[in-house]
Design a protein around this ligand. Structure first.
Ligand code: SF4
Length: 300
C-alpha cells in the first residue's frame, strides 16, 4: 500500500483549499448576490457562456432592471430581447433565453424550476446551463463543466495543459468523481473551480504562485509538459460571416421602424457574403423580412 504524502491528490484534498480560496477571493458579481434569484443566475449563465464578465455586466444590469422576472421577458417581443442583447455576440442566445422565459411562464407559473430534469426540458437549455442553474441557484450537486473548470481539471487532475476541444465522457466522469458528496459543498466547489480558472489558472497565464492547489497540481508537478493534443481553436472574427451578421443586426437594433435593404447593404460591401449572412439571420429567426422588402427584429 502506498503511503499518503502531503502532495498526493485526492478529490477531498482539493476541496478545502479551493473552496477556502473562493471564500477569500471570489468577485462580488451581481448574479452571485441573493437578490439575483434563480432567474438572475439563468440570465447570467446565458450571457456568460461565450462572453467575458466585463462585457456582460452592463447588459445584465439593464436586462434585469427591465425584465426582473421570466414573465416580464415572456410578455415582450423576442426582437426586444435581441435588441437588448446589444453587442454581446452570438445573439441566438437572446432568442433562446426568451423562449425559456415563455416556457417557464407557461409550465412553471413563472418560477425557474429547481429540478435538473425540468430545467433541461426548457427550450434552449443544455446540460451545462441546467447544471449551472441547479447548482448556483438551488445549491444542488451537479458537475458544472465550463471552459474554465475543464482547464483547471485538465491541469490539476489529469496533468495536461489544455482539455480537448469538445467535452469528453472522460472529463464528465472525472468531474463527477471530483464532486464533494454534500450538496451545498458541491455547489461551492462548482463555483470555486470556475472562479479559479477565470482568475488564476487562465488559458494563457496560469499564476501558480497564487494557486491554492499548486502543491497538488499534476501538470505543474510534472514540469508543465507542452500541449500535445490537436491545435486549439482560434476565435477569428474579422471578415467572418459572424462579423457581417453583427453589422446587419446592429442596423436593426438601432432602428425603431423596419429598415430598407439599402440600409443593410451599406454596412458590408461584398454582396454574396452579405446576402448569406442576412439569409442566416432570417433562418435563425433573428430578423423578420416583411412583404414590402423591409426588415425588422422579430415581433413574435
Ligand atoms: S498550479 Fe498552476 S497550472 Fe496548476 S491548477 Fe494551479 S494555476 Fe493551474
Amino acid at each position: 500500500m502506498t503511503a499518503t504524502t502531503a502532495t498526493q491528490t485526492t478529490p477531498a484534498s482539493l476541496h478545502a483549499p479551493v473552496i477556502g480560496w473562493f471564500e477569500q477571493h471570489a468577485r462580488d458579481l451581481p448574479w452571485r448576490r441573493p437578490e439575483a434569484g434563480a432567474w438572475g443566475v439563468m440570465v447570467s449563465e446565458f450571457m456568460l457562456q461565450q462572453t467575458p464578465v466585463n462585457r456582460v455586466l452592463p447588459v445584465y444590469e439593464q436586462w434585469m432592471a427591465r425584465w426582473p422576472r421570466p414573465a416580464d421577458l415572456a410578455a415582450d417581443a423576442p426582437g426586444e430581447a435581441v435588441r437588448a442583447w446589444g453587442r454581446l455576440g452570438y445573439p441566438r442566445r437572446a432568442l433562446r433565453l426568451h423562449g425559456a422565459a415563455q416556457a417557464i411562464t407557461e409550465r412553471h407559473g413563472g418560477d425557474v424550476p429547481s429540478e435538473h430534469g425540468q430545467l433541461l426540458a426548457l427550450p434552449g437549455i443544455g446540460e451545462y446551463t441546467a447544471a449551472a442553474v441547479a447548482s448556483f441557484a438551488y445549491g444542488q450537486r451537479h458537475a458544472v463543466l465550463d471552459t474554465n473548470v475543464r482547464r483547471v481539471f485538465a491541469r490539476a487532475a489529469t496533468g495536461i495543459q489544455y482539455p480537448p476541444n469538445a467535452t469528453t465522457a472522460a472529463e464528465r466522469k472525472l468531474a463527477r468523481a471530483l464532486l464533494p458528496e454534500d450538496d451545498g459543498r458541491a455547489a461551492g466547489w462548482a463555483a470555486a473551480t470556475m472562479e479559479l480558472g477565470a482568475l488564476v489558472c487562465t488559458a494563457k497565464n496560469e499564476d501558480c504562485t497564487r494557486c491554492p492547489i499548486a502543491d497538488q497540481c499534476a501538470w505543474r508537478l510534472a514540469g508543465k509538459p507542452a500541449h500535445q493534443g490537436p491545435p486549439r481553436r482560434g476565435q477569428t472574427y474579422a471578415g467572418t460571416d459572424r462579423q457581417v451578421r453583427g453589422r446587419l443586426l446592429a442596423v436593426l437594433r438601432d432602428a425603431v421602424t423596419p429598415v430598407p435593404q439599402s440600409a443593410l447593404d451599406a454596412v458590408w460591401e461584398e454582396p454574396v457574403q452579405r446576402a448569406r449572412a442576412l439569409d442566416g439571420l432570417v433562418a435563425d429567426g433573428l430578423v423578420e423580412p416583411l412583404a414590402n422588402g423591409r426588415y425588422r427584429l422579430p415581433l413574435t
